[in-house]
Every structure is written in structure tokens, then in C-alpha cells.
Design a protein around this ligand. Structure first.
Ligand code: A3P
Length: 303
């Protein structure tokens, strides 16, 4: 297992800052998108413009709560199986989080570097495209994403809570949550899913057949693994396996990050009006688009 102490230190620091932060003061806006002050700063965003990507960087792009920690784990397992070297997290792996000097330090890190990000497509540093880094884009159905996001805020003791699910839902639909609107994120990515060096993965497909998903990811990044290695990695990457180790890998927040890991949990929180509102929003933003089809909304978001 990768040594994640830097990872845990960073999360613990962000939680410490969260303790003193009221929900009304949690966000600041940078270039039109709200971000949590506990994880992002405008100085770091400015420094990000100078970030030099490498062609062998592994970029993992997702909206929050779509399974980024799951994919991060799978990728570090793939690197380990392929190179026999443990993937050490030299920094917290979310590209836009941390201090402005992190991009200088990252110049020294060995390849491949894992760059997770929740940035919208048009906010990614240009060097990722210029230098042709491969980008894996992970999506999850918007209803379960919203429910997971709500629980994260309201279950983790140190993170500011919303007054109710209804209040969170209103903010989510307006994009007034960390990293902005799910739907804007999706509209932006929709135009680029067939670009060279981009691969789309659906959370629900991974739940359905994890080994098949891992095989596709392996091929996309050009790792050399046997079928047996893929089976072993998929056994170590189930929700149960990851939750069991979550405190070791992610610290105190672990069990909250690996909360339930199911498809369809939205049915426990959405009321009929909220259902209709999200169905309408989906139609307006994504119906008939390439991503709209890929998300299989009828299967996963209709009761
Ligand atoms: P739930 O809150 O619905 O349980 P992120 O890592 O982007 O913050 O996403 C967190 C969500 O991914 C959580 O959803 C978490 O349980 C789920 N998740 C993490 N690892 C998983 C796994 N191995 N299998 C299924 N879901 C997983």
C-alpha cells in the first residue's frame, strides 16, 4: 500500500481549518467558480498557470464525490504492479489544492505523477494539453453525486453542515457548492470526451464490473499487467476492501469518504419535486449529447 502520510497530513490540516469556518464563509470565488477556503487559494490558482505537465502524467478528472479516491487507489495499484515501485504521494494529489510552491516541488517528482483534479475542463492548465498528458474522466450519476456530497458535509464532524438535505439540494442545483455546478462541469467535458488522450469512465460501470473497468484503464495508460494481476487489484479495490483500510489510508475522515459506495442511494433522500427538478435540469443540459448517453440516466436516475 502506498505511504499516504502526506495525504493524511493535508486532509487533517484542511479539517482543522474547517473547524473554525462557518458554512457562510467556506467558499471563495475564483474565475466564477466557488472553492473551499480550507483547500484552495487564489495564489495557488495563479501559480497553477505556470505548472508544467509531462506527457506521462496521469490526470484523473472528476467532479467531487464521483469516486476520485477509488480511481486514485486503482491507479496507484496499477503503478505498483507495473513497476514494482510503491507509489508514494509526495504531495496531496489534488492538483489545485495546496500551497503555491507545490508546483516547484513537483518538478522534482519522478514519473509517472498522478494529478487528480476537480477543475472544469476550461480551467485546467494548458500544459496538460500541450504536452499531451492522458486524462481519465470519471463521472457518476448526478443524483447519487449530490447525496454523497451532502453526507460528506453533514457527516464529517469538522466540515460545516447544511441545515437540511433540502437546503443542500438548492445549493447543489444552483452550483453554489465547492467546485461549482455538476452540470456546468458535465457540459464542459461533454465536448471533449472523444478528444485524443481522453478516456471516460463511469462509476456505475465500475460497480457493475470492476475487473473490466480496471482492464480498460490499464490499456488506456499502457500498463503491462496479466489477467491475474487485474483480478488481484480488483479484489483490493472493492468498496468493502477500501473501507476496511480507510483509516490507515485516509486518516480520521476515511470512513466518511468511503461511506456507502452504492448506486441508487438518492432514493433515500430525493422527494418527488427534487426528482423532477433534476430530471428537467438533466434534459436541459445533457439530453441528446454524447455524455448524456454515456451517463445512462434512465437506468440510474429514474425510479
Ligand atoms: P458515497 O458517499 O455514496 O458512499 P470521492 O472519492 O470523489 O470523494 O467520492 C466518494 C464516493 O465514492 C463515496 O460515495 C464513496 O463511498 C465512493 N467510493 C469510494 N471508493 C469506492 C469503491 N471502492 N467502490 C464504490 N464506491 C466507492
Amino acid at each position: 500500500m502506498a505511504n499516504k502520510s502526506k495525504f493524511i497530513d493535508y486532509i487533517d490540516g484542511a479539517l482543522e481549518k474547517s473547524k473554525e469556518t462557518a458554512l457562510s464563509h467556506l467558499f471563495f470565488t475564483y474565475q466564477g467558480i466557488p472553492y473551499p477556503i480550507t483547500m484552495c487559494t487564489s495564489e495557488t490558482f495563479q501559480a497553477l498557470d505556470t505548472f508544467e505537465a509531462r506527457s506521462d502524467d496521469i490526470v484523473l478528472a472528476s467532479y467531487p464525490k464521483c469516486g476520485s479516491n477509488w480511481i486514485l487507489h486503482i491507479i496507484s495499484e496499477l503503478i505498483f504492479a507495473d513497476s514494482k515501485k510503491k507509489y508514494e504521494y509526495p504531495e496531496f494529489p489534488v492538483l489545485e489544492c495546496g500551497d503555491p510552491e507545490k508546483y516547484q516541488r513537483m518538478k522534482q517528482f519522478p514519473s509517472p505523477r498522478i494529478l487528480a483534479t476537480h477543475l472544469h475542463y476550461d480551467k485546467l492548465p494548458g500544459s496538460i494539453f500541450k504536452n499531451k498528458a492522458k486524462i481519465l474522466v470519471i463521472f457518476r450519476n448526478p443524483k447519487d453525486t449530490a447525496v454523497s456530497f451532502f453526507h460528506f458535509h453533514n457527516d464529517v464532524p469538522d466540515i460545516p453542515s447544511y441545515g437540511s438535505w433540502d437546503e443542500f439540494f438548492r445549493h447543489f442545483m444552483k452550483g453554489q457548492v465547492s467546485w461549482g455546478s455538476y452540470f456546468d462541469f458535465a457540459i464542459n467535458w461533454n465536448k471533449h470526451l472523444d478528444d485524443e488522450n481522453v478516456k471516460f469512465v463511469l462509476y456505475e460501470d465500475l460497480k457493475e464490473n470492476l475487473a473490466a473497468g480496471i482492464k480498460q484503464i490499464t490499456e488506456f495508460f499502457g500498463f503491462c499487467l496479466t489477467g491475474e494481476q487485474i483480478q488481484t487489484i480488483s479484489a483490493r479495490s472493492t468498496f468493502q476492501a477500501m473501507r476496511a483500510k480507510s483509516q490507515e489510508t485516509h486518516g480520521a475522515v476515511g470512513p466518511f469518504l468511503f461511506r456507502k459506495g452504492e448506486v441508487g442511494d438518492w432514493k433515500n433522500l430525493f422527494n418527488e419535486t427534487q426528482n423532477q427538478e433534476m430530471d428537467e435540469k438533466f434534459k436541459e443540459c445533457l439530453a441528446g449529447t454524447s455524455l448524456g448517453g454515456k451517463l445512462k440516466y434512465e437506468s440510474y436516475c429514474q425510479a
